[in-house]
Design a protein around this ligand. Structure first.
Ligand code: PMP
Length: 362
């Protein structure tokens, strides 16, 4: 079957590598001679166990995850982690520290507030969340159980290009929209979580990487499905796991390894982002307000100086095979998501289209 593939810039669920899609398509009716699809296969069969083990091994290799960290593949997306993190890591403490850099930090903060006193260590509000507050201005509650930050704000397009140095408490990171886009030092984190539907495959799955020594007694009233230790003991098969999403993740991870891993991805992602920011900065027609050192490599929000051209912009982009460019419903404007699966030619085509649109309409 010939595929007509768009360059899809949506923020998530997001574009998958074409090679992954064709493999999934080929294997779908008959997974490796089993006579059934992977969607029909029992999760405790040797066939699925092999996929699960390979996915974990590949993720460990790609991210250089040390042995003293557990890796979990869980249901519930990243939003469930907003709750599981405080529920499991609070222990005997009362407070937790959060850095607020925009929409997704705020969501995590709101959820943590159901379990703990949330101390805001820093807040980007003064800049309209267009920059990460300088670390010299951070104020921590040293009794806090951990410090949480959102490495990449998917809507605001603000990204940490450095790891906050924290002493005396574990660092927790929401890496949903940047995991595997560049190397990160896992050792500097106590817990990392990410939903899969951007750089790891499809929705319905979240990955959690957690230092074993942080795993504590979860409150007795907590459902066992929300207990990290129960998931660790059951090797993420406490109940029927999201097998198809886990399988797609295994394909994406294998693709990443074949493509050279995160160092190669980082180079490519840096070039992709640079191409687009260069165009935005050189133009009076398009605007991106994010401060340069905090700009995301993954999600580039921008507006047209004349918003009455938005609809025409989106229509003509779609006619060129460039889709998913409408901004988040809360912000309007545009957003180009440049995850690993977006090829450089896709960004090249977008930049060319935007130049031409500015030339004819500007
Ligand atoms: N954190 C970030 C940074 C996100 O971008 C998203 C989803 N866009 C989430 C959390 C929530 O993920 P999910 O919808 O899988 O719960």
């Amino acid at each position: 079957m010939a595929m007509t593939r768009a360059y899809y810039f949506g923020a998530g669920p997001a574009m998958l590598p074409a090679a992954v899609l064709s493999e999934v398509q080929q294997e779908l009716p008959d997974y490796q001679g089993s006579g059934i699809s992977i969607m029909e296969m029992g999760h405790r069969t040797a066939g699925f166990e092999a996929i699960a083990a390979q996915a974990e091994a590949d993720l460990r290799e790609l991210m250089a995850i040390p042995a003293e960290y557990a890796v979990l593949f869980l249901h519930g997306g990243a939003a469930l982690q907003f709750a599981m993190v405080p529920l499991n890591l609070l222990g005997n403490q009362q407070a937790v520290n959060y850095v607020n850099t925009g929409h997704w930090s705020a969501r995590a903060i709101r959820e943590a507030g159901r379990f703990a006193h949330v101390h805001i260590a820093a807040d980007g509000g003064a800049s309209g969340y267009t920059t990460i507050p300088p670390v010299t201005q951070w104020r921590m509650d040293m009794t806090g159980a951990y410090l949480h930050y959102t490495v990449n704000e998917t809507i605001g397009g603000v990204e940490f290009h450095w790891v906050p140095a924290v002493q005396g408490m574990p660092l927790v990171a929401d890496m949903t929209s940047m995991i595997l886009s560049r190397p990160v030092d896992v050792r500097r984190h106590g817990l990392i979580y990410a939903a899969a539907q951007k750089n790891l495959g499809i929705a319905g799955l979240a990955v959690v990487i957690v230092q074993n020594e942080l795993l504590k007694e979860t409150p007795r009233s907590a459902p066992s499905m929300l207990d990290y230790r129960a998931h660790v003991e059951a090797r993420s098969m406490l109940n029927t796991p999201p097998v198809f999403a886990w399988y797609v993740a295994s394909k994406v991870l294998a693709w990443l390894k074949n493509s050279g891993g995160v160092t190669v991805m980082a180079e490519r992602n840096r070039r992709k982002a640079a191409m687009l920011y260069e165009l935005l900065d050189g133009s009076g027609f398009y605007i991106n307000r994010v401060e340069k050192s905090s700009r995301s490599w993954m999600n580039v929000p921008f507006t047209l100086r004349d918003p009455s051209l938005d609809t025409l912009f989106l229509q003509q982009a779609a006619a060129t095979g460039l889709t998913g460019l409408a901004g988040h419903r809360s912000t309007g404007g545009m957003r180009a998501s440049l995850y690993n699966a977006m090829p450089e030619t896709g960004v090249g085509t977008l930049v060319e289209f935007m130049r031409e649109f500015e030339r004819t309409r500007g």
